[in-house]
Ligand binder design. Sequence first.
Ligand code: AMP
Length: 227
Amino acid sequence: FKNNFIHSKNLNSKKNFLYRFNHKMTVTVNRKGSKSMSKKRIKSICIYCGSRLGVSIEYAHSAKILGETIARNNLKLVYGGGNIGLMGVLAESCRKNNGRILGVMPHILTKKEQGKENISNYIITEDMHERKKVMYMNSDMIIALPGGIGTLEELFEMITWKQLGLHDKPIYLLNILGYWDNFIHSFNQIIKDGFLEKEATNYFKICESVDAIFLDLKKEGLIESYE
Ligand code: AMP
């Protein structure tokens, strides 16, 4: 792969990926949330996951399978651009299987998160906000793996934007070892307590394995086939 290093300070050279960054977001769903997901075929997947490995090897194992699966199915991986924790495992597995990858790293974290420069496209952004927006604007759907506060923040933003009707991108939680169970419990409690509409349960799907996510994407007609 030819590396594309695009420093976002250099606004004129952002044509490859950052051009979408400045596009106005359009309202695509009504505020009640949509029951069926958009039928637009998925080409790129934004993954949020931990910059740490977590205590169980199962987390890294699933990240590895997800990286392979994205590559094998000729989809593009969009992620935070780091080479540590689950992020690193995911990207390395996708790279080893000749997958296309867009890594988006804010310049303040290039050392801490070991910016993974040996991927097809690596972008350095001005700040965290720009990072998230570039990831969002360049992906068709979102998967959240286990992770820490950063993962939660990214996931919550996507769910919030969906609630506001700013997008209708499918969101999946990869519930490895029941990692998201407590979150789902809290989410349901928020609905019960009247701070969130019932339809909010349609904002994301919960799958127990990578295989389950891809089978569901196929069932929904969001990918043609899956191997
Ligand atoms: P964590 O889940 O805390 O291990 O972090 C996962 C990823 O989220 C890391 O790449 C963090 O740098 C990133 N992250 C944390 N906070 C933010 C933020 N406010 N905006 C963008 N990325 C973030």
